[in-house]
Every structure is written in C-alpha cells, then in structure tokens.
Write a protein that binds this ligand. Sequence first.
Ligand SMILES: [Zn+2]
Ligand SMILES: [Zn+2]
Length: 303
Amino acid sequence: MSSLQHHKFLSRSPGQGFHHHHRVIPIRYATSITTITCTLIKDNPNSNHLVSQPQRVSRAPPVIPLTANDPGLKSTWSHRGWVATGCATVLFSLAKAAVGAASVHIWLEPVLAGYMGYILADLGSGVYHWGIDNYGDASTPGFGSQIEAFQGHHKWPWTITRREFANNLHSLARVVAFSVLPVELVCSDPVVLGFVGMFSGCIMFSQQFHAWAHSTKSKLPAAVVALQDAGVLVSRGQHADHHRPPYNNNYCIVSGIWNDLLDRNKVFEVLEMVVYFKLGVKPRSWSDPNSAWTEDEDAEITI
Ligand SMILES: [Zn+2]
Ligand SMILES: [Zn+2]
C-alpha cells in the first residue's frame, strides 16, 4: 500500500493504523511551512508497541490566498509610476514611428509592422506564460515574483478581477520601460519603432486583457465584450479552458489567435519534451495529482 493510501486511511480513522500488519507505516501531513514525515515502527517484532520517528523535510512555503480587499490587490504609487513610465515608453515609440513615417511618406510598412507586433505579442505572451506556469519557483532570479503570482492565479483565479489596474500591470510595465527605451533612443526607423511600440504595448496590457477574460460579460464594458467576441482580445471562453484540466493549453492572453494552432500541433508539449530530455526538468503541467494547478474552490468568492 502506498504512503498516500496510508495517509487517507489514517486520516479517516487514525487509531486503525495500530492494527496494521506492515512493520513501517509512513504518515505524511503538511504544516504551513514544513512537511513532517512521521514513521511508525514496531520497536519489537513480537509486540504491537509502535514508536514514532519524526523527521522534518523543508519545502517551499505555500502561496497565501488573498482576501477580496487585501492590500496586496491595491495599486501603490510605485506601481502607478512604473505603469506611467511603460505607457510613456510605448506612446513615444509609436509617436516617433508616426513622425518618421510622415517625414519619408511611407505608411503601409509601419502600419503592417505594428499589426505584426500585435500578432506576435500574442505568441510572446503564450511562450512567457507557458514558461512561468511550468518552470522555476519563487526563488528563481528575475522571474520569481511572476512565477509565484501565476501559481497564486491558478489557485485563486478570481483575484485578478479584484486586482487594481497598476497593481496588475506594473511588472510588465517595468520590463517594457527597461527593454524598449534603449531601442527608441538609438533607432529612428518607423517600421522598427511601429513594431516595437505595438508589440511592447500589447505585452504590457496582456495582463489587463487577461483580467477581462476572467470577468463576467455583465461586468465588462460593451466595447470590451465586442472586442472579445470579435477575437481582437482573448475571449472569456478560450481562457476558461486554460484553467481546466489538463492545464496545458490556451496560454496566449493577448488575442488568443495562436492558441488553436499551438495546441493542435502540441507545440508546448514538444518543447516540454525537449526541455526534459536536454535538461532533465519536468514541467509543472506533468505533475500528478495536479495540486499546484487546481483551483482552490473553498477560497473562491462570488463577485
Ligand atoms: Zn496559467
Ligand atoms: Zn487566468
């Protein structure tokens, strides 16, 4: 019998463990920050007297659920500052592209480049989301807080609809400010600037599109519902599938236009196999039971 079965058996009726015929009965139960492995051993093969040998095994602290009015969902002035900087960076890129296009009288190429930026931002959002959903943890350099936030999102998806605008966007706004500003300063090609402006703008706002995908139709502005229904923004139905078993599809959260193609061709599953065979690292979506992904319905609040 496996330790898990023992666990369930002993949870239902702890006293029955003493009548067990096996000699070693491992029990696992979780505390807030540690797993205590408690091994019950018969001290004498001929007696029924059991001794306990507890050993503590460190594990990562659990992600704490947020309550509806939790300060962690509010925007700070730092969040607002980063989102303002990110927006200014994107607008500056698009404005510089427009001025450059006007000066050389070309419009089609910068507009097409901007459209390509919008299309490829959806693919970029999917690759990034797949990466942080499946690899690393809170201690991963550079990405730890995003990985932790997305794990928390899978446990308590409703919190994203209560998260304030700048709180939701500030991490990506910071990345956009640092990565796009240098391009703007050295580049004056309207085609490049059109692409970079739209790509980075869509990436930065992908968390807002994601939040709208979690909302209910009645709570969204009519224009947002129309854009979702037209496939311009990721739809509520498509993203809902991402939060259902097997939790390994519909990663794209800008327009969702790449989701069907990527999932039908099992692109992320192939990438997971490549990572596993090259680096020996399994993605979280392979874990069974899938506790890291399953929504904590006890903590869900109807909004
Ligand atoms: Zn996810
Ligand atoms: Zn989601």
